[in-house]
Write a protein that binds this ligand. Sequence first.
Ligand SMILES: NC(=O)c1ccc[n+]([C@@H]2O[C@H](COP(=O)([O-])OP(=O)(O)OC[C@H]3O[C@@H](n4cnc5c(N)ncnc54)[C@H](O)[C@@H]3O)[C@@H](O)[C@H]2O)c1
Length: 290
Amino acid sequence: MLLASKSAVVTGAGQGIGRATARALAAYGAKVIVNDIQADNAARVAAEIVEAGGIASPSADDISTWGGAERLIGQCVDAYESVDILVNNAGILRDRMSFNMSEQEWDAVIGVCLKGTFLCTRFAAAEMRRRKSGGRIINIVSRSGLRGNIGQANYAAAKAGVLGFTRTVCQELSKYGITVNAVSPRAETDMTESIPDAVKRAKDANWADSSVRKRGTPDEVAPIVVYLALEASDWINGQVIGLGGDKLSLWSHPTEVAEAFVIGGWSVEQLQNLFGTSVGYQLQSVGNKD
Ligand SMILES: NC(=O)c1ccc[n+]([C@@H]2O[C@H](COP(=O)([O-])OP(=O)(O)OC[C@H]3O[C@@H](n4cnc5c(N)ncnc54)[C@H](O)[C@@H]3O)[C@@H](O)[C@H]2O)c1
């Protein structure tokens, strides 16, 4: 089996994409710590894996805390002697227009999606580096973080933060044989249940009539995580890969699309005169369409 000697931690694996990912990693031979703050769900998924002939143990640690993340990675090392694969999947939504958003709604989403990704990566990377046997870190991001999405300022900021984190940490860790990539999934889960039908219809409008499915099941997202976790995927680093239903995609990194120079620097007056005819003719679109 392709992942037979590997140990994996999947956060938020009690349901949805995390559950599918944990089960798929185990099916390819990895020993998996199934983490979810909903303890019953973590225990159920670990039991499902064991019942199917795999190796797994549950963890109910809160990955948004320093202690929780440290315990989680420690549990994997204690149980399976290493942590070779980390999937930072746990996520929450607290959707609200930015001008109505509370401090708690902001902090909760940043805490789980961004800080939790940092914390688990921090402890896992230290262990991977110590063992000198490489590793795979896969961060689950979102189109909201890539393109922006109305009502999700907290979530979009957190996921955009994870993208910047991915692009940085992949460079820090490559010399240790550790790759860090991001996956932007699209699947029907409890999380997407919370999106009002009208909003979902509007979002999906430009491909709703096609036979191609761009939103699938969690089981259809799991293969890209397994693929990135393979030893043979060592050539893929710092990438942002989309998978939903039938569609696999590769996202670009932000890049300057236009540039203009004034020797001695730009004044307000020069910007008034020249912005529109220099960089301003290539203003970029925003929004989470397709
Ligand atoms: N479903 C989609 O189409 C979609 C699209 C873009 C991004 N995502 C991302 O994919 C990931 C999985 O989402 P999903 O759709 O399966 O959602 P989900 O709500 O079904 O699963 C998320 C899981 O994370 C767990 N969790 C939350 N806070 C936690 C914490 N502090 N510690 C440990 N576990 C915690 C939850 O209990 C839950 O089981 C998330 O990061 C989400 O942002 C999903």
